[in-house]
Write a protein that binds this ligand. Structure first.
Ligand code: ZN
Length: 241
């Protein structure tokens, strides 16, 4: 069996049999990899606690059959214990990995997605004052990485520049009065500005952004991404705002 080495982030784990686990890992070079960690649930396993969700790991794997590889060696680069140990940070981190899991393909190089997730987890590990803002910023960047960059400064229909206040999930951004379908509801005041600020800021938002606009912008980002991923993000509902 061919042996290979990859850096990755553990997205989730599921129990297999009495002592094993299946890991979903987002790797830098091979996209999403599913692999069995044999004996990982036995006391004194040679993998120790190195294969937990959110962990940034360096793995040596055997290529297995039917898309299920086998973990041979595992080194922990960053455990992100701070994220796993706090329920708010953990809810944010779980939403991050859930979205990455939905988006990543197997056998497809996903460096930008991998680096974005790593960056997002690092931001959460700093124990930010507003973890949900870090999550919103991540999901907005993720939409762009996935090819659904939302148009915020020009009409997504005709390209006319300006801040247009109707947001269309399907068409991918703000629409001018001429392009907006009849009966469209404009966004509440400040939401589009909050979205733009979220996109431009470095994983945070100025305290001047009104909390209501910030929350609505966060909901809009989640709806937008869910729409394009084809399903809601379950862990998003657990994040306090
Ligand atoms: Zn237009």
């Amino acid at each position: 069996m061919a042996l290979y080495r990859e850096q990755g982030i553990v997205l989730r784990t599921t129990k297999l049999g009495e002592t094993d686990r299946i890991l979903n890992v987002l790797t830098q070079g091979r996209g999403k990899v599913r692999a069995v960690a044999k004996g990982v649930r036995k006391p004194g396993s040679r993998f120790g606690g190195r294969l937990e969700p959110f962990g940034h790991v360096d793995l040596q794997l055997y290529e297995g059959r039917r898309g299920l590889d086998i973990v041979n060696q595992a080194e922990l680069i960053t455990p992100f214990d701070a994220v796993r140990g706090d329920w708010v940070l953990s809810a944010c981190g779980s939403t991050m990995v859930e979205a990455a899991d939905l988006l990543a393909q197997e056998h497809e190089r996903t460096t930008s997605l991998f680096l974005l997730l790593l960056d997002g987890l690092r931001q959460l590990a700093t124990v930010p004052a507003q973890p949900s803002v870090v999550l919103d910023a991540y999901l907005l960047r993720l939409a762009s990485v996935a090819g659904y960059h939302p148009s915020l400064d020009a009409c997504a229909g005709c390209g006319r520049a300006g801040r247009h206040e109707v947001f269309h999930l399907e068409l991918g951004g703000a629409l001018c009065a001429a392009c907006a379908p009849v009966g469209s509801q404009p966004l509440a005041e400040g939401v589009l500005d909050a979205l733009a600020a979220l996109r431009e800021a470095d994983w945070g938002l100025d305290a001047a952004v009104a909390p209501a606009a910030r929350r609505l912008a966060g909901s809009l980002v989640a709806s937008y991404l869910s729409h394009h991923l084809g399903r809601p993000l379950a862990a998003w509902e657990l994040v306090p705002r």
